[in-house]
Design a protein around this ligand. Sequence first.
Ligand SMILES: NC(=O)c1ccc[n+]([C@@H]2O[C@H](COP(=O)([O-])OP(=O)(O)OC[C@H]3O[C@@H](n4cnc5c(N)ncnc54)[C@H](O)[C@@H]3O)[C@@H](O)[C@H]2O)c1
Ligand SMILES: [Zn+2]
Length: 263
Amino acid sequence: MSTAQLAELLATDPSVLFITGAGVSAASGIPTYRGVTGLYNDPDPELGLPIEELLSEAMWRARPELTWRYLRQIGEHATGARPNLAHQVIAALQRRLTRAWVLTQNVDGLHQRAGSEKLIAIHGDAADIACRACGWAHTVASYDEVQGEVPACPDCGGNLRPEVVLFDEQLPAGPVALYRREVEQRGFDVVVSVGTSHVFPYINQPVISAYYSGKATVLINPEVVRITPWSGDDELDCFRMHLKVGAVEAFGQLAREMGISIA
Ligand SMILES: NC(=O)c1ccc[n+]([C@@H]2O[C@H](COP(=O)([O-])OP(=O)(O)OC[C@H]3O[C@@H](n4cnc5c(N)ncnc54)[C@H](O)[C@@H]3O)[C@@H](O)[C@H]2O)c1
Ligand SMILES: [Zn+2]
């Protein structure tokens, strides 16, 4: 499959869902968790634990200072980065198309900063810092604003944390309501996956649903990612098209094909 074919498809003004993950922000200098340039392909060298455990709610309760080591890395990367061409072209496509949404697992705020408005940030935003004990909340421009091994709430002294979804935690109500309305109830003609390893069921489901309704499902990822529905057919792959390149290359080419210029 080529970007020319994708450009042709998008020129018909279908409804589009862009599902994005860490790979879309890799060119902004934010490391991914897994896959190429993955930061956490191996367990933590010092603690011998996988990232899913260090960034879990159970660990946050038991050893918040360990969870904060990783939260700080994520937060510093996020607040220090700038949107790249992929974020910008996605936002431009959203302005051009009648109905196009972004469902992102990223917590880096880069889609928002690139101007994406129809956005479901299903895992929250690392810049939103809160105290769940008393409700104190503040959006930071830099993680220098939250000092300490486990930063303390200025009002009650409780443990502060970024409003991001830890492994084994519930998804936030606002994004979930948007997800139900736009993804589950309305659905999309085209689903494009960009830079995610597809580990969560709510990230796979839109691809599976689109596949079974005969819609276009596109994978943009330098690696092969397969989504096999639970029917047990291991041979089945729900992506009909694969652009096997990085996000910036794919969206840069797409922008040229579609006459989209980014200032
Ligand atoms: N930027 C961020 O906010 C950030 C960064 C790392 C992890 N996370 C969190 O990690 C969790 C998991 O997964 P995920 O699936 O988003 O990421 P992941 O790290 O599990 O997978 C990244 C995927 O992106 C692909 N990739 C790498 N470079 C790419 C590029 N230049 N262009 C396109 N694709 C590229 C990899 O092959 C891989 O499939 C999420 O919960 C998310 O919140 C967020
Ligand atoms: Zn507090």
